[in-house]
Design a binder for this molecule. Sequence first.
Ligand SMILES: [Fe+2]
Length: 191
Amino acid sequence: MIPAVAECFQLMDLYEMLPNIREHSVMVGRVAGLIAKGAIEAGLPLSLELTVSGALLHDIAKTPTLNSDLRHDEVGRQICLRHGFDELADIVAEHVVLKNGVESGCCTEKEIVYYADKRVLHHEIVALGARLEYIIERYGNGDELMGERIRRNFQHAHQIEEQLFSSLHFAPHEVVDLVNGHALDLGGFRL
Ligand SMILES: [Fe+2]
């Protein structure tokens, strides 16, 4: 079952998503929606609803795992399953790190959400490089090895960007203007 956009917002309330995480999630939803729409127009077999709902809920476990050692991607996966949103489980589980890297079937809803999350810093659309620098500063703890691991993970985002945008009619740097210029219309819900 895939939750509708309105249901995603109810879930954000239920799991007490903080306003800044909510803003971030909405922007990731808009970026993921724009890319999924373009990819569908280019002939890729994707679900716009699944991509947007996955993006809106990718950080659903951020607040419940604050100040704990629990991983918000794993707890997010469990939350999806608990609510019967099985299709979303892997998307949420792998939005930080893609378990098998970039697979040959790239790009599915999962890769789009993973990529869109790396294009949004707080609630602003940025280039991959800017988001990478922020993550290294925030989560790298000055540890060179950790920084290297983060950088290696980001290679997947670059690979996805290259593969995805080769079939889209817009370039990565055009995402900002396209997202800010249009609201995303989803089943009567404007995002
Ligand atoms: Fe996250």
